[in-house]
Design a binder for this molecule. Structure first.
Ligand code: DX5
Ligand code: ZN
Length: 232
């Protein structure tokens, strides 16, 4: 049976003057996730939005809020993001010395937990926390900005991660499925590469907000898996 591909829309490149209308656009395409990029000008060079804005979004939409924290030492700020209404919180492995503690903290507080890896970070850093995550985010650009070019070499990383997850499932370390999310430079040309390698969740930013027909774009992205041979 074909596995369903989920589509998340990143609002980083939306028209922030009309944020409410832009979010209604994301609702209209029935996106599976609303991807919110939080940047602190420290972990990444850019600065974006924080808990007060997320709280307002939460009060006004039923969309699944996927909060991608690109900030220094995210553990210090988790309570604010949890209480702002995030459904899923992503932390970067590069910023968590005690990654096991951070992921447990998120899960015990309620939201789903996801760990992200920069393009240069190897998979081995998350091998011992696979049992603590619902999702793994493989960055396909260096985090910081929308509109960057997909790093093609990341497809091999996704393939290897997919195999690793299956191996951990086989020996019983993981019981449930872990979704693999890709973020950065995803469009109709690059999405098939990521899906073929084993990605389940596609985050799309600039390609969505610059498209004339976003409904059609999301439909096509979801259908990619129908025309591809997936590894698993
Ligand atoms: C990059 C962000 C991404 C990005 C996606 O640091 O995490 O979510 O904004 O935008 P596009 O699809 O334009 O790469
Ligand atoms: Zn992101």
């Amino acid at each position: 049976m074909e596995k369903k591909i989920k589509v998340g829309i990143s609002i980083l490149d939306c028209d922030f003057f009309n944020l409410g209308l832009e979010i209604r656009k994301v609702e209209r395409v029935k996106a599976d996730l609303l991807h919110i990029d939080v940047m602190d000008g420290n972990f990444v060079p850019n600065i974006s939005i924080g808990p007060p804005v997320i709280k307002k979004i939460r009060e006004n939409t039923e969309l699944f809020l996927d909060v991608h924290l690109m900030i220094k030492d995210p553990y210090r700020h988790l309570d604010e993001f949890i209480s702002s209404g995030a459904d899923l919180i992503t932390v970067h492995a590069e910023e968590c010395v005690h990654l096991d503690r951070v992921l447990n903290y998120i899960r015990e507080a309620g939201p789903k937990a996801c760990v992200a890896l920069n393009p240069s970070t190897p998979l081995c850093v998350i091998e011992n926390v696979l049992n603590l995550v619902d999702m793994i985010l493989i960055m396909t650009v260096n985090p910081g900005f929308g509109g960057q070019k997909f790093i093609t070499g990341m497809t091999y990383k996704i393939e290897r991660l997919r195999k690793l997850v299956e191996e951990y499932k086989k020996v019983g370390i993981i019981e449930k499925n872990i979704e693999i999310q890709v973020d950065g430079g995803i469009n109709l040309y690059t999405a098939p590469l990521a899906v073929k390698a084993g990605a389940d969740v596609l985050v799309v930013g600039s390609a969505f907000f610059s498209h004339d027909n976003p409904v059609e774009l999301v439909k096509e992205l979801r259908e990619i898996s129908l025309t591809l041979e997936r590894p698993l």
